[in-house]
Design a protein around this ligand. Structure first.
Ligand code: MRU
Length: 346
């Protein structure tokens, strides 16, 4: 199984598989302090909401190593955690992992004691994410029709999580239980997570995958080639509004127009129980170069402005069901919606 992150206790350090170079090159970045983890998240060497959360949990452990031995370790830790929390704004898993760790170490009187607690918690968060994805896979696969042809967006696979994947976990489970016929993967501009990561992950597993440009998705639905759309999430509100990779909202609109179910698969740690409405989710704006570089124009075209929002919000009204490890929530009927109001326990 592909793993995006490896903790090395002896050094100590977090090894991060640099996803910017995949699938061409397997290069591991070595993060020896929390600032390097924050940078790896910011530049998207590690990406995908659950993987960002796991990296952050190990980032807290590295921060504790840095401050151990200082009189003011608690204040020095806080500075580092603020930097880590600012690495990317939209995926709530980042903040969830940091807050969960802060809560668990709150009673510790020494940095050494906090380090032991934080280390156990980070390992647990990583393992629990894999277990959650396996459960999400089972619950999600059961919703698909026989011989389903599924369309997915961005990358929600092993590379984006503690393993197996969320939306891709549903795909993997459906494939191994004989329920899936094929997957259509959008290329996911401008970063090409679908082209570089999803189609590669699926091909490696021998799952039939067809790559399309983002703008072909609605036409594929119109042609009757898609039975279900399934995506992941970066943040879900209590009423079921879903922030995910830019283009998800357009897919949800097209799916609704063609009466195709639109499923969202995510661990409970992606639900932001403090938010009711998706309007309150901060959407990350990334640099213009990401758009231009895809066309080989490093410096753009003089006089042309750009907008590069990395995420959008799909309103709950367009979401057929949300699958977490706790069960399935149906925003339209209200069934199972209480599952989204429960804070995720690490
Ligand atoms: O910018 P990215 O690649 O971090 O965006 C990733 C997504 O939008 C994923 O769909 C989401 O994080 C879920 S990953 C299981």
């Amino acid at each position: 199984m592909l793993v995006p992150l490896q903790w090395e206790e002896d050094k100590p350090c977090l090894r991060v598989l640099d996803q910017r170079l995949l699938p061409g090159e397997n290069r591991w970045l070595v993060c020896e302090n929390s600032r390097q983890v924050a940078d790896a998240i910011h530049v998207m060497a590690v990406r995908g909401a659950p993987a960002i959360g796991i990296a952050a949990a190990w980032g807290v452990v590295l921060a504790l190593h840095e401050v151990a031995g200082r009189e003011d370790w608690s204040a020095a830790l806080q500075e580092r955690l603020s930097q880590l929390a600012g690495a990317r704004p939209t995926a709530v898993n980042l903040h969830w992992a940091i807050t969960a760790t802060q809560r668990q170490i709150a009673g510790c009187e020494t940095a050494a004691a906090a380090l032991a607690v934080a280390g156990r918690l980070a390992a647990h968060i990583q393992a629990a994410d894999l277990a959650a994805n396996q459960r999400i896979g089972e619950l999600g696969a059961a919703l698909l029709p026989e011989r389903a042809r599924v369309l997915t967006h961005c990358n929600t696979g092993a590379l984006a999580t503690g393993g197996h994947g969320t939306a891709l976990g549903v795909v993997r489970t459906a494939w191994s239980s004989g329920r899936l016929q094929s997957v259509m993967a959008t290329e996911t501009r401008p970063w090409l997570q679908g082209l570089r990561l999803t189609s590669w992950e699926l091909a490696e597993d021998g799952i039939p995958v067809t790559l399309i440009v983002d703008s072909a998705a609605a036409a594929m639905m119109q042609a009757g080639e898609v039975d279900a759309v399934i995506i992941g999430a970066d943040r879900i509100t209590r009423r079921g509004d879903v922030a995910n990779k830019i283009g998800s909202y357009a897919l949800a609109l097209a799916a609704r127009a063609h009466k195709i179910p639109f499923y969202v698969a995510a661990p409970a740690s992606t639900v932001d129980v403090s938010l009711e409405s998706g309007e309150d989710i901060e959407i990350e704006d990334r640099e213009a170069g990401e758009i231009w570089r895809a066309a080989g124009l490093e410096h753009g075209i003089a006089g042309v402005r750009t907008r590069n929002p990395a995420f959008d919000v799909t309103p709950a009204s367009l979401v057929t069901a949300i699958i977490t490890e706790n069960g399935v929530s149906w925003p339209a009927s209200g069934e199972g919606m209480e599952l989204l109001a429960e804070p995720a326990r690490p």
